[in-house]
Ligand binder design. Sequence first.
Ligand code: ADP
Length: 175
Amino acid sequence: MEKLIGQTRLVLTQGDITQADTEAIVNAANSRLAGGGGVDGAIHRAGGPEIMAECRKIGSCPTGEAVITTAGRLKAKKVIHTVGPIYRGRPEDPRLLANAYGNSLDLAAQYGLSTVAFPSLSTGAYGYPLDMAAKVALEAVKRGIEKNSGKFEEVRFVLFGQEAFDAYAQALSKL
Ligand code: ADP
């Protein structure tokens, strides 16, 4: 499923983000960049120890912000590590989640990375309800594409499983 935002394709796919052939892939990191389970564990396993070595040098990343490292053995050139909020139903949760997407896209644009793949940030261990997260994610990505006009060929969501894909497809149809 896809939609054109200016010249940029916004694409929804289902699969494993470690296999994505985009120039950048985004990781759902924690603020200590310490490694974890979920998509973070998969990216470090597939990409090898070089990624964690750079994370250690960077040290940490506040919620809503993003940092960039090598992609090690992955097909991508760079991994952008961003930190979504732990969902608590607070009014700032959607803003922090939107910031994580927006700051990741700004960083990709700064590095001249024109194809970017995102997982569904915050919707695993961090507990953000999928349908709410999908709406925030797609609105934030649309704004990020418009802000960095002409910089992106494709922004892709690689969704893990049918339930996540369906939630994003529903949100995209309303965007
Ligand atoms: P968070 O801590 O931000 O919630 P998680 O990694 O626990 O991060 O989950 C974020 C999303 O990533 C979840 O929807 C989960 O199903 C998904 N996910 C897990 N592994 C992969 C993978 N290899 N590729 C893409 N998405 C993945």
